[in-house]
Design a protein around this ligand. Structure first.
Ligand code: BES
Ligand code: ZN
Ligand code: ZN
Length: 502
């Protein structure tokens, strides 16, 4: 979708639709609105006057224009009360508009931008939220549908979005906002694409190739550590988890090194392309969506790609162990003891707690380059759904300031997160009788998400670290207007926002 900004009068518009936001407590006084209202013999103002419902949040009303103007349709988009408006409401409205335009084959869309009557939200933030909601709302995963071409004829994809500023002085500001929102949303949608892919077309091998491909034109360096090198690095956990599968594990490394950078951040992402549970095979209903168990690693790809495209002045290292967790005659067995790259021995009490194992090696590897921060992102526990539900990521770590800043960034992008405490009372739960650690907590499974965090803490050394358990937020089973059913792309926008704040 091409997005542009240009001042326009009715005569110049030939789009399929012009979207005009309407408020419950403010009249539309934009020149373009008044001009159209005149052409329509006051139909717009009169309808709004007679039916205030039109301005309620998320209400859409379509008007057809007379043949003498090129603009085909006008869509009044209800925003509700101006002082109750926030960025998330704008995203939701824009998502709804993108869905509406797609299903009505409106491929060229114009939007009369918000103006200075906005009360508690700046013009650039409002515009950015609109573009975000629109780009994310227009996303659909359809690369595997053979009927795609026919469907496209019925539901034409949106090709262009023209933003019409209310004052010409906004143009520069809006141009910058467009650039940034396009980069971020393109990468969120890339992550959604990767996570939505079934595991037979996203094996560790193919995934590594796709990562190389997506950075082909970029300054980011990609290195794929193959099985032999993983062995040389003594990454016994990655090898152990991958043992049951026909697919060999890989460790993909990314490096973004801008000329100027004050901080170095290591991003570590869980990349289990399919989690069957291994010998502790998951029951059928828990197996359903286990292709999404690589979402942490996809987030690392999306964030580093966005940061490089935005030319952010921070050095980034990406570390992504890619494996398939399968049961077989060669699979890891319960009670086996394996050694992580830092030398610690781990008794495998449950082969389905594989994420923390591969992350043990990856986190240790991250800590050896002594970054300022390590952040890991992982679909680590189903218990995260019980703890905070599907709308809130569980965040843990060893540095309160880092955690609070991530939560704050997530509030701004509406990718909510909340801290769970890594209290020392649970530390003994992962002590093994025969090895240094075991990969499971107390037998009753209590504090499952916290136990995952406590385990990972053993592998980050003294580096400031945060762990984002996206086990509950990775996938939308219902979705909303800008986040269709399926992979959510959470928490790409949060992490980019945080990186920008450094
Ligand atoms: N990938 C799962 C976690 C998960 C489950 C994410 C459901 C999203 C939805 C992880 O590897 C796992 O199986 N965790 C176990 C841990 C347990 C064995 C301690 C779990 O959550 O049941
Ligand atoms: Zn598992
Ligand atoms: Zn898993």
């Amino acid at each position: 979708m091409k997005i542009s900004v240009k001042e326009s009068i009715v005569k110049n518009l030939n789009e399929d639709v012009l979207i005009i936001p309407v408020f419950k407590d403010t009249h539309n006084t934009e020149t373009l609105f008044l001009e159209l209202d005149n052409i329509l013999n006051k139909l717009l103002t009169q309808t709004i006057y007679e039916n205030k419902d039109i301005c309620e949040e998320y209400k859409l009303n379509l008007f057809y224009t007379p043949a003498r103007i090129k603009l085909r349709r006008i869509l009044l988009a209800g925003v509700g009360k101006i002082e109750e408006m926030d960025q998330e409401k704008i995203r939701l409205l824009a998502g709804k508009l993108a869905c509406f335009c797609t299903s009505n084959s409106m491929s060229n869309v114009a939007f009369l931008n918000f103006g200075y009557s906005l009360k508690n939200i700046a013009i650039d933030d409002a515009t950015k939220a609109f573009i975000e909601g629109f780009l994310l709302g227009a996303y659909s995963y359809d690369e595997l549908k053979t009927k795609k071409k026919e469907d496209e004829k019925k539901n034409k994809k949106i090709e262009s979005l023209l933003i019409i500023p209310q004052v010409s002085s906004d143009i520069n500001l809006i141009e910058n906002v467009i650039k940034e929102a396009e980069i971020i949303c393109r990468n969120v949608n890339l992550v959604r694409d990767l996570v939505n892919k079934p595991s037979n077309i996203l094996t560790p091998e193919i995934y590594a190739k796709l990562i190389i491909e997506s950075f082909r034109k970029s300054k980011v360096k990609v290195k794929v550590m193959e099985f032999n090198q993983i062995k040389k690095e003594k990454m016994g956990c990655i090898i152990g988890v991958g043992k049951g599968s026909e697919e060999k594990p890989k460790l993909v490394l990314l490096a973004y090194t801008p000329q100027k950078s004050k901080k170095t951040i290591a991003l570590v992402g869980k990349g289990v392309t399919f989690d069957s549970g291994g010998i502790n095979l998951k029951p059928s209903n828990y197996l359903t969506n286990m292709k999404d168990d690589m979402a942490g690693s996809a987030t690392v790809v999306g964030v580093i790609k966005a940061a490089a495209e935005l030319k952010l002045p921070v050095k980034l290292i990406g570390i992504m162990p890619l494996v398939e967790n399968m049961p077989s005659g060669s699979a890891l067995k319960t009670g086996d003891v394996i050694s992580a790259a830092n030398g610690k021995t781990i008794e495998v009490e449950n082969t389905d707690a594989e994420g923390r194992l591969i992350l043990a090696d990856a986190l240790h590897y991250a800590s050896t380059s002594k970054p300022d921060y390590i952040i890991d992102i992982a679909t680590l526990t189903g218990a995260a759904l019980v703890a905070l539900g599907s709308k809130c990521t569980s965040i843990m770590g060893n540095d309160t300031e880092l955690i609070n800043n991530l939560i704050k960034a997530g509030e701004e992008t509406h990718e909510l997160a909340w801290q769970l405490p890594l209290i020392k009372e649970y530390e003994d739960d992962i002590k093994s009788d025969i090895a240094d650690l075991k990969n499971l907590g107390a037998a009753n499974g209590e504090a499952g998400t916290i136990i995952g965090g406590i385990f990972l803490k053993h592998f980050v050394g003294d580096i400031k670290w945060a762990h984002l358990d996206i086990g509950a937020t990775v996938w939308a089973s219902k979705g909303n207007s800008y986040n269709a059913k399926g992979a959510t792309g959470v928490p790409v926008r949060m992490l980019v926002k945080w990186l920008k704040s450094l």
